[in-house]
Design a protein around this ligand. Structure first.
Ligand SMILES: Nc1ncnc2c1ncn2[C@@H]1O[C@H](COP(=O)(O)OP(=O)(O)OP(=O)(O)O)[C@@H](O)[C@H]1O
Length: 346
């Protein structure tokens, strides 16, 4: 299913939760909506699902207007599947019944699918890797298995669009990472368009074809994970997604001189026009070199966090605090004097 959101606003009294939102989702695309708590992700998803109507603007699905201030096509008439954070399963139904139930009741299920319900249920059980647990009741399943049942229930009727709101947030860290791979595989197998809401940038970067980054009800940037990570357009995206240091200084043509080292020239590695106009250079923690030579910006180690495969330093310089990630060969101590510079191999 292709989707077009055009100039959508949603106001609640005097509060504007969504401001001039414009985006398109291609048929079969995996789109993540990423942003901090309260930025409007769920509000947007509710509009896409048909639980709510925009205050202005339109939402089109496959070229048909399904949401506008005047008109709203209800969720059951949109051919969508949904998986939410609280993926409540039905306590009295076993796993197989969870998959078969929507096949009996979803409006868009083809006759062929209805006729071969058992076969379709087997197919879905295999996809969600629960074929051996089909007779189990929800209370007999682990958190990850339950989450897979919720997913199976949503994909069984072959919806043209899958809406997911933080579906992995109730799982523990290890399971969350494992489920990412399974979601990707299900996307590949079904070819369904997916809109996936999350506040976890690593989830969005790992799975999505494209990411919409939102802040305070507005779209900050839309792009592929690589474009969003490597070339943030705004200071918010640079900070939120890449945990970037926004170094203050002066741009002269394609060179930048940090305020704290005016004689140093950093080459432009794709810094956006908006950031240039704000006289900043966005530098991710892993793009900074830390050493004890005599060139670079002088500073003092203010915090050390050992992270297993790397070390995160906070370095205090004359006017800023920098976040720097290094490999384990570096070993600086709290209070030690260091110099910061940009890595040459960016
Ligand atoms: N029915 C409502 N009435 C008033 N304000 C609302 C309503 N629904 C949402 N809001 C406000 O709109 C803003 C966006 O809420 P939304 O739930 O979309 O955020 P979110 O990005 O999904 O956040 P989270 O990640 O915490 O779920 C919030 O400030 C919220 O308080």
């Amino acid at each position: 299913m292709s989707i077009k959101v055009a100039e959508v606003e949603r106001t609640f009294g005097s509060f504007t939760a969504l401001k001039h939102v414009n985006l398109t989702v291609e048929d079969g695309e995996f789109m993540a909506i990423l942003g901090p708590s309260g930025c409007g992700k769920t509000t947007l998803l509710r509009l896409l699902a048909g639980f709510d109507a925009p205050s202005s603007g339109t939402i089109e699905m496959d070229g048909r207007v399904v949401g506008s201030p005047k008109q709203i096509v209800p969720p059951e008439k949109r051919n969508i599947g949904m998986v939410f954070q609280s993926f409540a399963l039905w306590p009295h139904m076993n796993v197989r019944r969870h998959i078969e139930f929507p096949l009996m009741h979803h409006q868009f299920v083809s006759k062929a699918l209805k006729k071969n319900m058992r076969q379709r249920a087997d197919e879905v059980l295999k996809m969600i890797k629960l074929q051996d647990l089909a007779e189990r009741m929800p209370e007999e399943l682990s958190g990850g298995q339950r989450q897979r049942v919720a997913l199976g229930r949503a994909i069984a009727p072959q919806p043209k669009l899958l809406l997911m709101d933080e579906p992995l947030s109730s799982l523990d860290a290890e399971l969350r990472v494992a489920m990412r791979g399974e979601l990707q595989e299900i996307h590949r197998l079904t070819g369904t368009s997916i809109i996936y809401v999350t506040h976890d940038q690593s989830e969005a970067l790992a799975m999505a074809d494209r990411i919409v980054v939102m802040n305070h009800g507005s779209v900050e940037q839309i792009g592929t994970p690589r474009a969003i990570y490597n070339h943030p357009q705004t200071s918010f995206v640079a900070r939120f997604v890449g945990k970037a240091n926004l170094v203050k200084g002066k741009w002269q043509g394609s060179f930048f001189s940090p305020q704290e080292a005016p004689d140093v020239h950093w080459e432009d590695h794709g810094v956006s026009e908006i950031l240039k106009q704000e006289s900043v250079y966005s530098l991710r923690p892993e793009q900074i070199e830390i050493n004890q030579g005599d060139s670079g910006i002088p500073g003092e180690v203010a915090n050390v966090q050992y992270q297993g495969k790397d070390i995160r330093y906070t370095v205090k310089t004359a006017t800023a605090r920098w976040q720097v990630d290094t490999d384990l060969t570096h070993n600086f101590h709290l209070g030690e004097s260091v110099r910061l510079s940009i890595k040459s191999n960016l």
